[in-house]
Design a protein around this ligand. Structure first.
Ligand SMILES: *Cc1c(COP(=O)(O)O)cnc(C)c1O
Length: 405
């Protein structure tokens, strides 16, 4: 087919194969997930909940949506008498907005983690509509880079929020959902956990589950969970009807059934024992990478990691996050620039880079390969070798781990 887009698809496939992807929010999905995303389900409209649709011809898609929802209960080991599940949100951002709109009145007070310290834009940042529609206040981490639950409790007592949001996009440590629940209870607030980054780690049993403590859990499906781009909202039964209404008709029209089916496929994969091994290896790889980078003298925020990601302060190398990211891109190592706690620089050109191991672990890399990657990062950022030569070494490492789904 003579299509420029199809030609570009092949180039993107080559790019993904020939680089080492350390962006912690990305992953490689299986062939079955890809096939399902590209399936005839994209032809179908099915506004409404399954079995209560505005269009006809739903006998198959209703079964698909029901099956995906039942897999959510299975993977997260929760009961359908206590929890409601919505798999229709187009993305994590919409899922979060729907959760807020489902349980809050406009202008209500919410306490969440600040973007600068690792939270997400949709946790009430001023440039996000979440921050314009509700009155957010933000907590951060201490100078040691760790959440200080005593401080958050004090802040909650003063602010008296109706909802507390736990969860982050750039926090390298275990989040203690039990402590967040105690804080929420102390001020009579509901607890929402945004599990986006670590849903796969929870599913794989290597991070504390939020379900014993939270009232609402939102998550993207495309990060450590290794599914298609989409989201899931899980909420206590008494909240779920309002949240469902916030999704449809509040914010969205027809659900993307090809995505919902692909979420189901990825949940089937996440329910297998091989996924537990995967999640475990993601964390072991991150620990190995952070240790090797520390050995090379890199400044790892909070001194290491308990999960899939780490933040590196690159300013001691006389580089900014942008400069470091650009240099790494030149050799084929792909990261993202990121604020570090108490950053003196601005989000567009912050002091840090954020790196993670979900993608390289999917490709089959282990601790020894992390050692190699740390060395490549060291040589690139500490000017130990010609960048063209490092690019060849990256390519050869990447070629040893081509992912075929
Ligand atoms: C990625 C992420 C989101 C947003 O997801 P999108 O699918 O990009 O809209 C929300 N919250 C957290 C914590 C995230 O990491």
């Amino acid at each position: 087919m003579d299509s420029n887009i199809i030609k570009l698809l092949q180039l993107e496939k080559d790019r993904q194969n020939e680089t080492i992807n350390l962006i912690p929010s990305e992953n490689f999905v299986s062939k079955n997930v890809l096939t399902t995303l590209g399936s005839v389900l994209t032809n179908k409209y099915a506004e409404g909940k399954s079995h209560q649709r505005y269009y006809f011809g739903n006998e198959v898609v209703d079964k698909i949506e029901d099956e995906t929802k039942s897999l959510v209960y299975k993977v997260f080991e929760i009961s359908d008498t206590e929890w409601g599940v919505n798999v229709q949100a187009y993305s994590g951002s919409i899922a979060n907005l729907a959760a807020y709109l489902g349980v809050l009145e406009l202008g209500d007070k919410v306490l969440a983690m600040s973007l600068e310290h690792g939270g997400h834009l949709t946790h009430g940042h001023g440039v996000s509509f979440t921050g314009k529609l509700f009155k957010f206040e933000h907590y951060g981490v201490g100078k040691d880079g760790l959440l200080d639950y005593e401080n958050i409790l004090e802040q909650a007592k003063k602010f008296n929020p109706k909802l507390i949001v736990a969860g982050a996009t750039a926090y390298p440590r275990i989040i203690d959902f039990k402590k967040f629940k105690e804080i929420a209870d102390a001020v009579g607030a509901k607890l929402m956990v945004d599990l986006s980054h670590i849903a796969g780690l929870v599913a794989g049993g290597v991070h504390l589950s939020p379900f014993p403590y939270a009232d609402i859990v939102t998550t993207t499906t495309h990060k450590t969970l290794r599914g298609p781009r989409g989201a899931i909202i899980i909420s206590k039964k008494e909240l779920s009807e309002n949240i469902d209404k916030a999704i449809f008709p509040g914010l969205q029209g027809g659900p993307q059934l090809h995505t919902i089916a692909a979420i189901g496929i990825s949940l089937e994969e996440a329910s297998r024992s091989s996924f537990k091994e995967y999640a475990n290896q993601v964390v072991n790889n991150a620990k190995a990478l952070s240790k090797e980078l520390s050995n090379f003298g890199f400044s790892v925020v909070s001194g290491g990691t308990d999960n899939h990601l780490m933040l590196i302060d690159v300013t001691p190398l006389k580089l900014t996050g942008s400069e470091a990211g650009k240099k790494l891109e030149e050799v084929g190592i792909i990261v993202n620039k990121n604020m570090i706690p108490y950053d003196l620089r601005k989000p567009w050109d912050p002091s840090g880079i954020r790196i993670g191991t979900p993608s390289v672990t999917t490709r089959g890399m282990k601790e020894d390969d992390m050692k190699k990657i740390a060395e490549l990062i060291h040589k690139t950022l500490q000017n130990k070798e010609d960048l063209g030569k490092i690019r060849e070494e990256v390519k050869s490492l990447a070629n040893n781990f081509v992912f075929n789904g």
